[in-house]
Design a protein around this ligand. Sequence first.
Ligand code: NAD
Length: 356
Amino acid sequence: MIRDFIFTAQPSRVVFGRGSLQRLAQEVQALGARRALVLCTPQQVEIAETASALLGEASAGVFGGAEMHVPIESARLARQYASKVGADCAIAIGGGSTVGLGKAIALESGLPIVAVPTTYAGSEMTPIYGITEDGVKKTGRDLRVLPRTVLYDPELSAHLPVPMSVVSGINAIAHAAEGLYAQDGNPVMSLMAEEGIRALARGLRGIQGAAADISSRTDCLYGAWLCGSVLGHVGMALHHKLCHTLGGSFNLPHAETHTVVLPHALAYNAPAAPNAIERIAAALGAMDAATGVFDLARELGAPTALRDIGMPRDGLGRVLELALANPYWNPRALEADALARLLDQAWSGERPEGRV
Ligand code: NAD
């Protein structure tokens, strides 16, 4: 039976397709902007220069200072630079870190952001921002930071190394999986979540041994769009909370942490969200959601244990404490003993118990 729901769609324009980067100047113009600053990480200056060249006279240059977790210092530098060059728009070309820098600029200045994602993290579809100050990452929601236009060009992620693609794709699957049992979920987001998981599972398998296969890359990016939209529209739960805590307190790599934790969070929530769990499993083509994600990660050579991505065992107690400290909604109540077991299993990389 369909539950009652409220669905507020968020305003963003999506241009999806091979070669869509070529439309950059047109899309900037459509926003009424005349001088766009291109943002990137130091590793992606080349593609940013290409974007800048496509803009021609409408380019205000390239700012290559995007960094993981958006340190406030880099946000300040980028804001000052944008103002110095008279930018009236920012183009974020890259992964979640670069989109995050664009959001930090938009939060203060209201500049419209055009995002050109080159990973599958999904930040481009959300009004969620994060800025790190004195070692603490503060996050918030503000529609001003939602990119106004997103250009999804599968050619740009064709050279994202396969191991990074796999963890980035499973990071995206995590948004969709939690979206399926979200307290404020709705039927439209659930359809997008299922299709996103299906497309990513197919695409990630497809790039094994054929890394630049454009049809598989298109599947991955299509899945990333769907999963990112789910993240932007509905609330997340235990899995995202645990990953935020692990990443923030122990500086663990973002996408890898999501990849390791997701099967265990799903196993924990399975008794309280049977319908969502069935839909996740079906989308993965597996018998069960938790073991389905775990087996997918293992099949694709991704990490499956927190101990392998830098988590000290003696830090698990602190993670548990933090996870229990600020209550938040989750389909299953937060039970200290069961959560301690979850963290232990995730740390050692044990295959979770499925429901079948
Ligand atoms: P990232 O943006 O940190 O990128 C990792 C590295 O990969 C960078 O050096 C980048 O330059 C490089 N890279 C990106 N695309 C590439 C490509 N196609 N080829 C080669 N190298 C490439 O990683 P991410 O996983 O995309 O983003 C993680 C960050 O995004 C985290 O800080 C996370 O909190 C944030 N995030 C935010 C949201 C949100 O809604 N606010 C959603 C998801 C992720």
